[in-house]
Design a binder for this molecule. Structure first.
Ligand code: KG4
Ligand code: ZN
Length: 342
C-alpha cells in the first residue's frame, strides 16, 4: 500500500510517500525555521502563509522524486490536528483537493499518532519496530505516555498538564538568550555543565499518576536568573542548562519507569523532537539496561515533524478501512481518544 502523507501542523511543510507503513520512498520538507528564528518562536500567521506558498511545490517534488503520479497512490493522508489551526488548514485543504481531483481515499491523521508511527519506519541504518510498546512522546507541543497495541490503538496513561517538554526547553533557551529553537542548543550546553549546580523542581514525582508539569520548572529557572541578575551575581549558562535538563530527564525517566512497572511492557519507544536529546537518550538507555527492556528511538530525521510519520500512521488506519470523509476539518485541539473513535 503506497500512501502520500502531508504534514503542515506547525512550521514544516512536508510531504512523503511511504510503502506499507514502513518504507520511505521519498520525502520533501520545506522548513520555515529561519523565518521564525527572527521572532524567537513560531508566528502562526506567518507559518500558514508560508505553507500556502510551499505546499504544491513540496507535494509535486515528492511525487517527482519517487517517479510516480497520483495514479500510483492508494491513499492521501494529512495531519488534521492538533496544531496551529491556520497551518493545519493548508495541509487539510490541499489533501482534500488532491483526493477530490484524483478520486483517491483521504485519511486524516492525529499528529501524535504520527510521532508514534515514526518508530515503525525502517531506514538503511535502523529497522523499524512494530507494536505493542509503551511510548513516551516528547515534542514541542506534547508530552504523553501511551501504550500502543498490535492494532496501533493507543491508551493514554498521562500527559503534561501545562507546558510540553520541548516548549519548556524553548522557553528556558529564550530566558538564556539562546536562538530559537533552543532545545538543541540547551542540549549541547548541558553536556558541558554541572547538573547539580542548581536544584530545580521535579514536579509530580510524589503523584502516583503519569501526568507531567513543566511550567513550574520554567518559572523556577526564570526566578533564579532574575535573582542572580538583580544581585549582579555571575552564573554559568551551561550549568543552568545542565541543571534544567537534569530536572526534565529525572521526571521523564521516573514516570517511564513507573509506566513500565504498571503495564509490564518490555519495549519503550521515545518519540518526538525532544527524543533527539542526548541526555534523555542516555538516561532512557540506562533505564532499559537496568530493567532489561528494549528502548527504541526513531531515526533522528523522523523525530522532528515530518510527513513520513503521517503516511506511516495512516497505513494502520487504512488497514482497518478507516478513511475520512471529504468533510474532514482541521482541529487545533484534538484528543487522541476522539480521533481514535472516528
Ligand atoms: O516534534 P517536534 O519537531 O515538533 C512538535 O510537534 O512540537 O519537536 C520540536 C521540539 C522543539 O521544542 C525543540 O526545541 C525540541 O523539540 N528539540 C529538542 C532537541 N531537538 C529538538 N529538545 C531538547 N534537546 C534536543 N536535542
Ligand atoms: Zn510534532
Amino acid at each position: 500500500m503506497r500512501i502520500l502523507g502531508i504534514e503542515t501542523s506547525c512550521d514544516e511543510t512536508s510531504a512523503a510517500i511511504v510503502d506499507d507503513g514502513v518504507h520511505l520512498v521519498s520525502q520533501v520538507t520545506a522548513t520555515q525555521m529561519a523565518v521564525h528564528a527572527q521572532f524567537g518562536g513560531v508566528v502562526p500567521e506567518v507559518a500558514s502563509r508560508r505553507h500556502v506558498v510551499d505546499i504544491t511545490r513540496v507535494v509535486e517534488q515528492t511525487l517527482a522524486d519517487a517517479e510516480v503520479t497520483f495514479a500510483h497512490l492508494d491513499a492521501i493522508a494529512v495531519t488534521c490536528g492538533p496544531g496551529l489551526l491556520g497551518s493545519l488548514l493548508v495541509g487539510v485543504s490541499a489533501a482534500k483537493g488532491y483526493a477530490i481531483s484524483t478520486g483517491k481515499p483521504l485519511i486524516g491523521v492525529h499528529h501524535i499518532a504520527g510521532h508514534v508511527a515514526a518508530a515503525t519506519l525502517t531506514t538503511q541504518n535502523q529497522a523499524g519496530v512494530q507494536p505493542p510498546f509503551l511510548c513516551l512522546v516528547v515534542s514541542g507541543g506534547h508530552t504523553e505516555l501511551l501504550t500502543v497495541d498490535e492494532s496501533f490503538t493507543f491508551t493514554r496513561l498521562g500527559g503534561t498538564r501545562d507546558d510540553a517538554a520541548g516548549e519548556a526547553y524553548d522557553k528556558v533557551a529564550r530566558l538564556l538568550g539562546l536562538a530559537y529553537p533552543g532545545g538543541p542548543k540547551v542540549d549541547q550546553l548541558a553536556a558541558e555543565g554541572d547538573p547539580a549546580a542548581f536544584n530545580f523542581p521535579r514536579a509530580y514525582l510524589d503523584d502516583e499518576g503519569f501526568d507531567f508539569s513543566f511550567s513550574g520548572l520554567k518559572s523556577a529557572v526564570n526566578n533564579e536568573l532574575t535573582k542572580r541578575r538583580n544581585r549582579r551575581e555571575a552564573y554559568e549558562v551551561r550549568d543552568v542548562c545542565a541543571s534544567f535538563q537534569q530536572a526534565v530527564i529525572d521526571v521523564l525517566v521516573e514516570k517511564t519507569r513507573r509506566a513500565i512497572a504498571h503495564t509490564g511492557m518490555s519495549r519503550i519507544v521515545c518519540a518526538g523532537g525532544v527524543a533527539a536529546n542526548r541526555g534523555l537518550r542516555q538516561a532512557l538507555g540506562s533505564l532499559g539496561q537496568e530493567l532489561g527492556v528494549d528502548v527504541v528511538f526513531p531515526p533522528l530525521e523522523f523525530c522532528t515533524d515530518n510527513a513520513a510519520m503521517i503516511a506511516s500512521a495512516a497505513y494502520y488506519r487504512a488497514l482497518h478501512g478507516k478513511f475520512s470523509p471529504l468533510s474532514l476539518n482541521a482541529y487545533a485541539q484534538l484528543p487522541l481518544t476522539a480521533w481514535q473513535s472516528w
